[in-house]
Design a protein around this ligand. Structure first.
Ligand SMILES: Cc1cc2nc3c(=O)[nH]c(=O)nc-3n(C[C@H](O)[C@H](O)[C@H](O)COP(=O)(O)OP(=O)(O)OC[C@H]3O[C@@H](n4cnc5c(N)ncnc54)[C@H](O)[C@@H]3O)c2cc1C
Length: 488
């Protein structure tokens, strides 16, 4: 039987393992941590359960597809529902605005709450859909590093549409056509969904807005953790073997062919190796003597985050599953994160409360607040100072907007921050999404899903093509599995 080794049990590693097992390989996954899921895991803080990393879930069909393409019924593994009122936005002047996937509801909300014409919003939503439909299939479903990806109808159509894709304008330039500053801010925020800066990233990234406002947000029945656990269960059912608490030290290379791995001093051989760990560390630590794709590895990394997991012994009916407390000065916030590599005193705060949907995530009458601010990736900062400053700013802003004294209700607390993110998930510089999309050519400089120089070595996950975020990582696993022939 042909064999495959997967390094890392992040969501992409799990999906790649299941897909390859169903293609006839005997797959073994080696994972440094004692659990499956990587960033997509959960933690308990006191009596409160938290999804530790991702909280926004788009394109659930990419999860379902893993089961169906492995010959299983998705409903036997994974349940979710779509969220009607997607996110509630709060501003310091007392404005509250909810976003909806239903464009009529969203337009009415914009007119009622912002007292402005909603026509530009409708137009922007349409434009973002157009961008997604023009390039989504090329970018998300194929390797950008194979000639065959460019010789098909989808690519020809995208090329013909280039003049209308606004590739050479930034997200902020295009979103400024919304005119109302609160709407510009709301649409610019989608850049942060892959750790980028809307003042630098090409407006093609506005297609991320379509994933949320056009296709909708989903919520797994038991929280985000269900996503990784359901794919883990699928992999187990198919016969994948897992080795937790096993940090891979080396990818064994012979004459530019990947032959296996070294873990805890032992060699494990296989017909092919799939690397789900951060590609930067894979070259640096596991293949120090291999030729490095320098330009690719030196691309600017995405932002990181500080998350305060707060068990709150009070309930706030004005908050939803997803909430964003907006900064008064977006330009300054992005300048701080991406240029000054620090944080502003008035950060945008994202609060995710799964206990609004998942009974048991918080004790009766309480709520589990995943409270996050975007911060730069690690670049020699004094993180203790930044975290303490962030905590103060976050509490002050929440108090101003909700007219409360939140600290007295925090009865359980933990913090997730760039140094912990780097140590726990071995992500280079603690970045959340691999490399950012801040350069116009960034999409083409993500590492490919295979090695050009080393045979039988493949890559999936947030640090390689197509990039970070759950659906995108799942795509990388599909691209890898599709390029590997059946074992039988
Ligand atoms: C705070 C936070 C918020 C986020 N919010 C969202 C969101 O709302 N929506 C969204 O879609 N995405 C979000 N993301 C991004 C998303 O979590 C990631 O893009 C995705 O989970 C990455 O999956 P991955 O397959 O690349 O692997 P990872 O989750 O990065 O896992 C890689 C695994 O490899 C293991 N590993 C590394 N090196 C080795 C080695 N040498 N040997 C063995 N094992 C090794 C690690 O232990 C880890 O388990 C967020 C991330 C974080 C941290």
């Amino acid at each position: 039987m042909k064999t495959a080794i997967v390094i890392g049990a992040g969501i992409a590693g799990l999906a790649a393992a299941a897909r390859l097992q169903s293609k006839g390989y005997q797959v073994s996954v080696f994972e440094h941590r004692p659990y499956a899921g990587g960033k997509l895991t959960q933690i308990m803080v006191g009596d409160y359960r938290f999804d530790a990393g991702p909280s926004i879930f788009t394109m659930p069909q990419y999860v379902e597809e893993v089961f169906s393409e492995c010959g299983k019924n998705p409903k036997d593994y994974f349940e979710y529902h779509m969220v009607d009122e997607i996110c509630r936005y709060f501003w310091e002047d007392g404005t509250q605005l909810s976003s909806y996937c239903d464009i009529d509801k969203f337009s009415k909300e914009v007119e009622d709450k912002l007292k402005t014409d909603s026509a530009p919003v409708r137009k922007m939503v349409q434009k973002n859909k157009f961008k997604f439909e023009s390039v989504g299939n090329i970018f998300l479903r194929r390797s950008l590093h194979k000639v065959s990806s460019f010789t098909n109808f989808d690519t020809l159509r995208a090329v013909l549409r280039i003049p209308r894709l606004q590739l050479f304008q930034s997200m902020n330039q295009v979103n400024s056509r919304l005119k109302h500053p609160k709407l510009v801010q709301l649409f610019n925020r989608f850049a942060t969904y892959n750790g980028s800066n809307p003042f630098q990233a090409s407006s093609i990234l506005n297609l991320v807005g379509h994933l949320e406002l056009g296709l909708g947000i989903a919520m797994p029945k038991g929280g985000m953790h269900d996503i990784s656990q359901s794919v883990y269960k699928l992999a187990l059912d198919l016969g994948v073997k897992f080795h937790f608490g096993n940090k891979v030290d080396e990818i064994i290379l012979e004459n530019k062919v990947a032959k296996g791995i070294k873990v805890a001093g032992e060699s494990k051989m296989a017909d092919l190796v799939v690397c789900n760990m951060d590609v930067h560390y894979a070259y640096e630590k596991l293949m120090p003597n291999a030729a490095k794709p320098k330009k690719v590895l030196e691309q600017p990394r995405s932002s990181s985050g500080i998350v305060f997991y707060w068990g709150i012994r009070k309930s706030f009916p004005e908050l939803l599953l997803h909430n964003a407390f907006m900064t008064e000065d977006s330009a300054k916030e992005f300048d701080c994160i991406f240029n000054k590599k620090t944080i502003t005193e008035d950060p945008t705060i994202y609060i995710n409360i799964t206990s609004k949907h998942v009974a048991g995530d918080a004790p009766e009458g309480g709520e589990n607040w995943f409270t996050m601010v975007n911060v730069p990736h690690i670049e020699g900062q004094n993180w203790d100072e930044i975290i303490s400053k962030a905590r103060k700013s976050v509490i002050a802003k929440i108090n101003r907007i909700l007219k409360t004294d939140i600290e007295q209700f925090i009865e359980a607390e933990d913090v997730f921050e760039p140094r912990i993110i780097e140590a726990r998930t071995l992500s280079h510089k603690g970045s959340l999404y691999g490399i950012s999309s801040n350069t116009r050519t960034g999409a083409f400089f993500r590492h490919s899903n295979f090695s050009r120089n080393i045979k039988n070595l493949y890559f999936c996950g947030g640090s390689v093509h197509p990039g970070g975020g759950i659906p995108v990582c799942l795509s990388s696993a599909k691209i890898v599995a599709d390029m590997i022939p059946n074992a039988v």
